[in-house]
Design a protein around this ligand. Structure first.
Ligand code: ATP
Length: 299
């Protein structure tokens, strides 16, 4: 288990991470979120041992993280960090050896992953000759070449088309089901919702929201009602507790302050015509995020 306990990080007298604690168990995909500058990269760097926390403790399976466990860790950074003059195989050997692997094991694992990501033909190509999406695949392969116990993924899907996003998702889920601990960071809330059962949201280095995603959604009082049909939207807007009424394609989306407003909206809708849908939905993680962080999460 990864255990982060009360860590703080100062850059001179600027507090970038402020008393952060969380745990990630084997098989879990944990979301670490926050707007630009919230302290995510600083936290990742402390976890992998590149930065020393100013105070607090980080342990992996009960032991501090130092060079002796770095071969059990994989990190996909947001920025590309490939040696682009090398071929894919040369790069894999470079990374794999750093992670304490034998050359023949590296090549076997590389072949398996290149096949999975449908880029087997690129094994002996120079990385600079590959497209942006294929470089992202290579970077992901490098992060998991050593089958890491702890994998940190910072915006793993950037530059990928939807087909390749699916390939990545399958691999990430498979790694979790094989017992890896995964920390997932993305500005795309729909990806976070899909993957992470638990999450933490940082603002100015501090946690502003944390816990089980289902519980977070349940506790958030605001809900959305989706309606399909001809309804008097002006009447709905007049109801106390209705925050907004918007048209989304063919449906109306009514945002309400809490569940007690559902009945009042239903009364108006029942007077409408051709009603084919009346659905009460939990808010999206994006809506909760915007409310908690106070600004939009889109880059
Ligand atoms: P992003 O989403 O933009 O990558 P982040 O959440 O990863 O942001 P960090 O890079 O951890 O944020 O930065 C947190 C804060 O610490 C920011 O205010 C940043 O300016 C500051 N910071 C980061 N690195 C340093 C440094 N080496 N020296 C001084 N301040 C730093």
């Amino acid at each position: 288990m990864l255990k982060v306990s009360h860590i703080k990080k100062y850059y001179d007298d600027f507090l970038a991470v402020d008393d952060l604690s969380f745990e990630v168990k084997p098989g879990e995909i944990f979301g670490l979120l926050g707007v630009n500058g919230a302290g995510k990269t600083t936290t990742f760097r402390m976890i992998i041992g590149l930065l020393e926390p100013s105070s607090g403790k980080i342990t992996l399976d009960g032991k501090p993280i130092d060079y002796s466990v770095t071969d059990k860790i994989g990190f996909l950074t947001e920025e590309r960090s490939l040696l682009t003059k090398l071929t894919v195989l040369e790069q894999a050997i470079y990374y794999g050896v750093l992670k304490g692997m034998k050359e023949e094991d590296i090549e076997r694992r590389l072949d398996e992953l290149l096949e999975k990501f449908k880029i087997a033909d690129y094994k002996n190509k120079k990385i600079k000759e590959l497209s942006k999406g294929n470089q992202q695949k290579v970077q992901f392969i490098m992060a998991i070449i050593n089958n890491p116990k702890l994998l940190i993924l910072d915006e793993p899907f950037s530059g990928l088309d939807p087909f390749n996003v699916e390939l990545f998702k399958d691999e990430i889920k498979e790694m979790a089901s094989n017992g890896s601990m995964i920390i997932f960071s993305s500005h795309r809330m729909e990806h976070v919702e899909l993957f992470c059962k638990k999450l933490i949201v940082l603002k100015n280095g501090k946690s502003v929201l944390e816990g089980d995603l289902k519980e977070i959604k349940h506790k958030f009082r605001k809900k959305n009602i989706i309606i399909s049909g001809e309804v008097d939207t002006e009447e709905i807007k007049k109801i106390k507790g209705v925050i907004s009424v918007n048209k989304n394609n063919l449906d109306y989306e009514v945002k309400i302050a809490d569940e007690s407003v559902v009945d009042l909206v239903f009364k108006v809708v029942s007077k409408g015509k051709n009603i084919t849908k009346f659905l009460v939905e939990e808010p999206s993680l994006n809506e909760i995020f915007i409310e908690k962080v106070g600004e939009t999460y889109e880059k």
